[in-house]
Design a protein around this ligand. Sequence first.
Ligand SMILES: Cc1cc2nc3c(=O)[nH]c(=O)nc-3n(C[C@H](O)[C@H](O)[C@H](O)COP(=O)(O)O)c2cc1C
Length: 200
Amino acid sequence: MSPRTAHTAVAVHPLLAERWSPRSFDATHTIGDEELVSLLEAARWAPSSRNSQPWRFLVGRRGEPTYQRLFDSLVSSNRLWAGDSSLLIAALAAERAENGAAQHGPAYDTGLAVAQLSVQAHALGLHAHQMGGFDAERLRVSLGVPDGYRPLSVTAIGALASADLLPPELRARETAVRERRPLAETFFGDGWGDPLPVAP
Ligand SMILES: Cc1cc2nc3c(=O)[nH]c(=O)nc-3n(C[C@H](O)[C@H](O)[C@H](O)COP(=O)(O)O)c2cc1C
């Protein structure tokens, strides 16, 4: 069990307990075609409202123009570390269905797809770190995103490297204790605010 593993009241699947979002990535690591397609398939097979699949993705491997454009769209605090990742993937959600109807929850569905991709990354021995800190307009223009698609996140994926390689201001965050709100304040039973008896 790694020191980054989630502390849970009872056991959960190791893929979920051991997933975390690092900032130190191995700048020499590259992602093979099969691994890449495995990540994409994990996202593609996510559930969505009425199977609407509102998600689209822009994918770039380090060294490719798309990677550079996605990297350039990141806010400066993310540019400090994300450029060592092997892959950057932007997730975008269609605001309307193909027949023009309003979608139930395109961002909800697209988040599910990114979650599946992140867990698949962990299953492949990789790590994923999602970012909301990017300039959506810059991304839209530099990659020719049509109207009707909303950029939601950019995810960095790669192989973990030592925290010692990070700039000092990021090093402590890399090893800080991972925390979550307690179960009792998150999951309610007999009405709002009433903790489930089984969830301490
Ligand atoms: C939608 C979303 C946006 C995020 N944006 C950023 C970001 O811009 N920069 C960053 O360093 N981390 C970002 N994160 C990572 C979160 O800070 C991280 O998931 C959270 O602290 C929990 O840590 P864990 O993933 O290691 O469990 C984001 C995560 C999500 C899901």
